[in-house]
Design a protein around this ligand. Structure first.
Ligand SMILES: Nc1nc2c(ncn2[C@@H]2O[C@H](COP(=O)(O)OP(=O)(O)OP(=O)(O)O)[C@@H](O)[C@H]2O)c(=O)[nH]1
Ligand SMILES: [Mg+2]
Length: 204
């Protein structure tokens, strides 16, 4: 077998399956320890939808028009080398004070003290200016030195002519380099190949 034919996680079909839902940030995933790549972002930004597109399954992670659908850390396999973690979204309007405090504990605890956390896909809506919650997550990621890729979602909802200015606005608000942001759409699949390559590159 030549090196080119050798099996590699970047080639072929990576199977994905639901593993578990964690309600504590330090809870172990049952089974082998593997690096975790987490999808983080405000509620309704499209985390669960993007996860499904990434792994090529229609409805593995549950999606909803109603914000706040994902309430625990939902863990999925993707191939045999990593876990994808669908992290509950922040900033949904109807959240009670208790919900917010619980969320903060879970997500900040997860981002701050998880040795298996290899990288974060930080989802931001291309149509919207970042919120104070977005900025706060950005600070946690920077303070902890967590490798992160800014993934801008719902590009299909932004006319092409407006995309550069939207990208600039989001990047500027969060102090990100525009080249370090990946523009995606779960509807048209724009950016999905690059996203897949980026996720696998985090593990290299
Ligand atoms: N037009 C468009 N809609 C999208 C895209 N991605 C997600 N959506 C829609 O956005 C809504 C929210 O998607 P989810 O994937 O459930 O969002 P989430 O970030 O997981 O939300 P929480 O679980 O509440 O944190 C759904 O109605 C999706 O169909 C996209 O790329 N384009
Ligand atoms: Mg979700």
């Amino acid at each position: 077998m030549t090196a080119e034919e050798a099996p590699s996680p970047a080639r072929g079909l990576l199977l994905s399956a639901y593993v578990t839902s964690l309600v504590r940030p330090d809870a172990p995933v049952p089974g082998p320890v593997r690096p975790e790549i987490a999808l983080v972002g405000r509620s309704n930004v499209g985390k669960s939808t993007l996860l499904n597109r990434l792994v090529g399954r229609r409805a593995l992670a549950r999606t909803s028009r109603t914000p706040g659908k994902t309430r625990a850390l939902n863990v999925f396999t993707w191939g045999e080398h990593l876990y994808l973690v669908d992290v509950p979204g922040y900033g949904w309007a109807q959240a009670s004070r208790g919900d917010r405090a619980g969320y903060r504990k879970l997500v900040e605890g997860y981002l701050s003290g998880r040795p298996q956390l290899a990288a974060v896909l930080w989802l931001l809506d291309l149509r919207r200016d970042p919120s104070p919650d977005d900025a706060e997550i950005g600070e946690v990621l920077a303070a902890r030195g967590i490798p992160a890729l800014a993934v801008l979602t719902k590009a299909d909802q932004v006319p092409r002519a407006l995309r550069p200015s939207r990208l600039r606005a989001v990047a500027l608000a969060l102090g990100l380099e525009e080249d370090a942001c990946l523009v995606t759409s779960a509807r048209t699949l724009e950016g999905m190949e690059e996203l897949r390559d980026s996720v696998l590159a985090f593990l290299a």
